[in-house]
Design a protein around this ligand. Structure first.
Ligand code: IMP
Ligand code: MG
Length: 172
């Protein structure tokens, strides 16, 4: 598979995102919501790049995909958001594609009276958007390719790659 973003570029960009968020939330309490499973490596690196922030980690799992195709509405498969009231919430996503997942989670969290909601996504495919949703902080905007690695999967495979790769016909 063709490498789109290598491990050095990921490390550099995620460190910079951590610095931006540290600046914004220094000395504050935040609840970081890691959207499983795709955001786990991104979240691990990003949150460790913001030691001056008082972080609590939660996990949620939302799903709507089968293979490379959407399989219906976004559903919450695991997790709750009952302790975000009055707190800054940082939602960590692997990628914004149609935008449905981020919009769903922003709405879900927003209904629990958080102090603020920030969405940070490692990747963004703006050309695929179906709803009016933008992440507040994006690692890399990419063209319309199906990508895997660094948490992102194709039918649960390739999440453990240390880089982002493009899946093309014949790769799998
Ligand atoms: P959205 O709800 O369409 O924005 O999709 C978000 C979810 O779709 C992500 O959290 C991923 O799990 C999955 N997804 C979208 N594009 C890709 C891709 O290129 N590779 C792997 N997963 C993707
Ligand atoms: Mg997936």
């Amino acid at each position: 598979m063709k490498v789109l973003i290598d491990r050095e570029a990921l490390a550099t960009r995620i460190a910079a995102m951590g610095a931006t968020l540290s600046e914004r939330f220094r000395g504050e309490e935040i609840v970081a919501i890691v959207v499983l499973r795709g955001a786990m490596f991104f979240a691990a690196d990003l949150l460790r790049a913001m030691p001056e922030v008082d972080v609590r980690i939660r996990t949620l799992r939302a799903a709507s995909y089968a293979g490379t195709r959407r399989a219906g509405p976004v559903r919450l498969m695991h997790g709750t958001v009952d302790d975000v009231q009055g707190r800054h919430v940082l939602i960590l996503e692997d990628i914004l594609d149609s935008g449905h997942t981020a919009a769903f989670l922003r709405d879900l969290v927003g209904r629990h009276d958080p102090r603020s909601v920030t969405v940070a996504a490692l990747l963004d495919k703006p050309s695929r958007r179906e709803v009016d949703e933008q992440a507040d902080l994006v690692g890399f905007a990419i063209d319309d390719h199906f990508v895997v690695g660094f948490g992102l999967d194709l039918d649960q495979r390739f999440r453990h790659l240390d880089h982002i790769a493009i899946v093309e016909d014949g790769d799998t």
